[in-house]
Each structure stands twice: as structure tokens, then as C-alpha cells.
Write a protein that binds this ligand. Sequence first.
Ligand SMILES: [Fe+2]
Length: 486
Amino acid sequence: MSVYSYPAPCSPDLKEPKSVDDCLSQARRLIRRIGPAENVRTSVAPELVVRPGDRDVIVTLPDQDQFVAEAARQALMENGAERVDFLYPVDLVGKNPGVASVEDGWKELELLKEGKASGTMEDLVTGMGLVEATARYLDNHPEYTGVFIDVAGANAGRGLGKHGEKFRGFWPFNTWEWFLSRGHTFPLAVWEEFERRIVEPLGKAAKVRITDPEGTFLEFALSAEEAKRWELAAMVHGHLLMNPLQATAGDVRELRKESLDAPPVFPRVTGCLAGTANHCGFFPRIEAYFENDRLVEVRGGGKYGDGIRALMDETRDLQWPGYPGKGLFWFCDTALCTAVGVHRRRADLFRSYWVYPNLPERTRAGVFHHGFGSRTYATEKEWGIHAKKHRMPQGHIHVHNYFATFEVALRGSNYWHKIIDKGRIAALDEPEVRALAARHGDPDSLLRYDWNPPLPGINCDGNYWEDYAPDPVAYLKKRLKAGQSI
Ligand SMILES: [Fe+2]
């Protein structure tokens, strides 16, 4: 048997619940009680936030696991909620969402063209406008004081408009498999400590290099001031902003109510982004080449690549306001999620009510989702007006990297500090983080990744170029059939 230098495939062995009781202890672990003045934390880490006396509504999907729903309802009521009801898309917009499969990774570009890019939508789960519809529902149902909805970002709270203060948290728990993941109950003190250790070195970075065994090789350099601005903006708990443009773009600063006087930092990312997955699913291996942030060439990628090449051609002479050159696609996203114990969702990979069925895999600590397209230079309003006038799709599309190494050359030295090493967040293995973890349990098990995807020739037997790169889904299906982890 061959030995590989990347961690072997694995996934957690979760047992399908047979009763509400099988879900109750996890529901109780997810509870966070808050007082009247506290704000709900907005992040990719879902919790069951409860304020005494709350009358909650949980917006979910047609395949909601009923044991999970009842356990969540019971746990919320044990902790002070007066009432917990569930709402389905059909109650809000008169119909159910269609189903999506990770076989159709190419659809991420179609969603961008339809105005449903992941970073721009208020309703990231279905793209049907459920958040806005829920706001209208709350207009007519003032009895509800708390809402659980959507899966990520600040979108949901913002989209609820004047009902924003009723936002209690996300609801990604339509499947039992995701609900039972231990990644959601990781101790917050340890989580915040290792995230701090990821972000702090960014302010000292003179150069940055990102490499991945699927073929990514990206580099950029920063001035001392740019690096400091990046560090100060990169912390979004659960979803760190590891690209300077992403961290300093107008929309992020607008959301944080920060000044828009200084222009965003364009880090001049140069090199190749390569991979086989995005938020929608999988596609034949793609290579996207960037020069000074601008996408200049796309090779491979099957239907996804064909679509990007066509849109590049169509928009070659267009320009975003404030951007340093022409073209629709700019490197604008290197997000690092940090949920240690989560995994790729298997139960609904091929039949999902999520419009982005492959979104959950990016949540695991160490998985990068890189993106290209655009972010706002200044205000969202200006961006929107420009996009409409020139018919330019707003937002960006993605490529995931599982085993990336992300390193920074510290200013004034020749030392390259590895923040992520072959997909492993280096801070998780630092003695201080392990000591802190030991207060909450066995550090080895607490800080372990429960899931590693299989990449033949990289972390398991096989040939990456023959067995995986041309058709990742066929490979994953073959493993599933053989009872192997994906
Ligand atoms: Fe993104």
C-alpha cells in the first residue's frame, strides 16, 4: 500500500435517529440563552438561541427531519420559549423549491447570471426569496418574536428588514445528519482562540502564497498598511476573510458601518486556481489563471469552464466602478471556514432542496472557498446601479480547495509562516490551543478533523488524473457503492 503525505479519507459514523430522544441531547447542546439586550452572533456556526418568552418560527424545507424538528422545539421550550412553529416554503411563497444535485456544479455560473450569486442573495438556501417572504409573514403575524432562517452570513438578519431584531439564528438542520454533527458544538473559547491565531499574522504579511495539491498556486504581496487593514477586517467568526479585497470591499465595510473613504485593497493576486468543486457541486478539473487579480484564462472545467469562458468574452470590455481594469471576473474571495468537526453532507448530496447543495462541505475547518467575480468598490447601491445599466452579473463564483497550504512571509524576515498546512489549521496543534481544549475534553478528539474527502493519488490509492479529475462525481459514486467514505 502506498503512503500519502495528505490525511487519509474519513467521515463520521453518525447513526440515523429513530426517535426524538435520539436528537434531544444534541438539541440541548445547541441551546444558547440570551438576555434582552444581547445580540445574536451572526456566523456559520448555528445555535438554538432562545430569549425567555420567545414565540419562535423556524423556516425550513420540505424534507425537514421530524425528530430533529421536535427535539429543537422541545429544547427551545425547556429553555423559556413559549411556542415554536415551523414554516415551509409553500406557506411563504406558495410553492416548494426544486431539487438540486452536486452532479451539476456548472449551475453555479447560471445562478450568478440569474442574479442569485451566493454572496448577494438574502435567501441563500433556496434562492426563492424566503427571507423577504418571511418579513412579510411577520408583518401579518406580530405574535412571533423570534425567527430561525437561512444558513450563513449576515444576509438573513438584513433581509428581514424591520424584523431584523427577531433573527435568532440560522436553520441549516433540515437533515438529521447535519444536525447531529459535533462540529456545531465546538467550545467557543477554543474556537475564538485558534481563529485569533489565524488572523493575527495577516497584519505582518509582506507576501502570501497559497498552494494546493489539485494545482492551485497563487501569490500576492502587500504593503505594511494594506496588511494591517486586512488583519483588522478578516475576522468573521466561522468564515475568515483570507483575501484582502474581500475583507476591505465596500459591502463588508458598509455592513460594519465603517468609513468608505479609503479604497479597497487590490492585492494583485497572480497565479492559478485549480479544483473540482464549488458551492453547487462538482465539475471536471478547472484551471483559472489570474494576473493582478484579473481572470485572464480558464482551462478545462467542462460545462462550468465553457460558461465562464463565454461570459468572459461577452464582458471583456466592461468595467466595474473603481476597479483597476476591464473584465467581469476578479479574484475576490479566499474564505476559510473553521468548524472543526463538520463534514460533507451525504444524505442529500444528490437530491437537495438547497440551491447550493455542496455548500456544507466548505464549512469544515481548513477548506478554502476561493471566488472570482466582483465585490463592491464603495456602496452596494452604486454597484447595483452600474450592474443593471451594463447588464453585468453581480457577485462571484467559486472553486473549493481541501488540502491547501496558506503561508505568509513575515515582513522584515525571510520566514514563511504556515497558517494552514495541507488543509490543517496550524493553530489547532499549538500547545496553548491544546491546553485550552483540554479544559473542555480530550484535545486529540476535540481538535481532530472528522472528515477528509478522498482524492485518489493525493490521499488514497488511485490516479488523480485518470480516476478523479475528469469526472469527480463518478468517482464519489463508485466509492459510495463500495461502502467507502466520501
Ligand atoms: Fe464567496
